[in-house]
Write a protein that binds this ligand. Structure first.
Ligand code: UDP
Length: 328
């Protein structure tokens, strides 16, 4: 049985990935320090026989006994609100954490895939974003802690590939959504659905004419699995090119939730990208991958998940305890 280590297993994408590999017959070791992850996800994964969990902060040296065939590095705060609250942890997990995991992959002879992001393109001047575009990132802006950590991550991963001949993969993930997102992580989809369910106004930042392109989680996971087992070592965009303005998106959420909440406009956060849409020609070409879940279906599944949460979870402002992590 092949063994895979998944960092960030308590998080949104990490937990979906872990479940996918368990269902596909792998032995999965999940690793997380719960800084933004949820115990509930680990409890769910623990119902699988071949799942093992190690509570550990990957920015610290990783001691791992036994063989490993694959490593997937998905540990990182990923919502703008989170990485503003824990900026140094965000920088460390993308840089020091990635370095530790590359070292572990080298020691074990494992294939490693790291989670990068569309944020490496910053506020893009090329649209849609193609992998060859170098990006337009403000290194010292509020999002710089995430964007630059991920850019460093890509640089060190390619260096390990070129210098140590490590089999590495880099996925540039565009806005992805689905069940198990944290309702209060600050991202637009859980924010709007949470507001609608609580009977609050929907908050649109800026004039709402900025765009995003939302990919359903199952599609993304399929693409990641294909990338891991393929033989392409440079960054690959994965996302859904179906682009929409935030104004249109708010209307879709009102229709989905069958509510008529008021919409209020708030200032646009600094360096918030004005448009984002992946060019996925490369993924189609080398992996034969393209997303298949429409926003209508994906949003309905996600909404059903949020509706299944109890009232306490719905009204909880934020369950994350960042305090203890900000002492270093
Ligand atoms: N946004 C918004 N209202 C919210 C949360 C987010 O209008 O309550 C906007 C945000 O400014 C951005 C877009 O929605 O333009 C997507 O934000 P998100 O945080 O989901 O992800 P990003 O793509 O910016 O990382």
């Amino acid at each position: 049985m092949k063994k895979v280590l998944i960092t960030g297993a308590a998080g949104f994408l990490g937990s979906h990935l872990s479940e996918r590999f368990l269902k596909d017959g792998f032995s999965v070791v999940g690793m997380d320090n719960y800084i933004t992850g949820s115990l509930k996800n680990i409890e769910l994964l623990s119902s699988y026989q071949n799942f093992e969990f190690i509570e550990h902060d990957v920015t610290k040296h990783i001691e791992f006994k036994g063989d490993l065939d694959y490593i997937l590095h998905f540990a990182s705060p990923a919502s703008p609100i989170d990485y503003l609250k824990i900026p140094i942890q965000t920088l460390k997990v993308g840089s020091l954490g990635t370095h530790n995991l590359l070292g572990l992959a080298k020691a074990k002879g494992a294939v490693i895939l790291v989670a990068s992001t569309s944020e490496v393109y910053g506020d893009p001047l090329v649209h849609p974003q193609v992998e060859s575009y170098f990006g337009n990132v403000n290194p010292i802006g509020p999002r710089g802690v995430y964007d630059e950590a991920k850019r460093f991550q890509e640089a060190i991963t390619m260096a390990y590939h070129r210098f140590h001949k490590l089999d590495t993969k880099i996925v540039r993930i565009f806005n992805t959504y689905g069940p198990r997102m944290r309702l209060n992580d600050g991202r637009v989809l859980p924010a709007f659905i949470g507001q609608a369910l609580r009977g609050e106004d929907l908050t649109i930042f800026g004039d709402g004419e900025q765009t995003r392109s939302f990919c359903y989680v199952d599609d993304l996971i399929d693409g990641i699995v294909k990338l891991l087992f393929g033989n392409y070592n440079e960054p690959v965009n994965l996302g859904n090119p179906d682009e929409i303005t935030i104004n249109e998106f708010a209307q879709e959420i009102l229709a989905l939730t069958n509510t008529n909440q008021k919409i209020v406009y708030k200032p646009l956060p600094e360096n918030d990208p004005l448009k984002r849409r992946p060019n996925i020609d490369l993924a189609l070409d080398i992996l034969g991958w393209k997303p298949s879940v429409s926003r209508k279906i994906g949003l309905q599944r996600t909404y059903d998940y949020f509706c299944s949460l109890n009232r306490e979870e719905l009204f909880k402002k934020d369950h994350q305890n960042f305090e203890k992590f900000n002492k270093f």
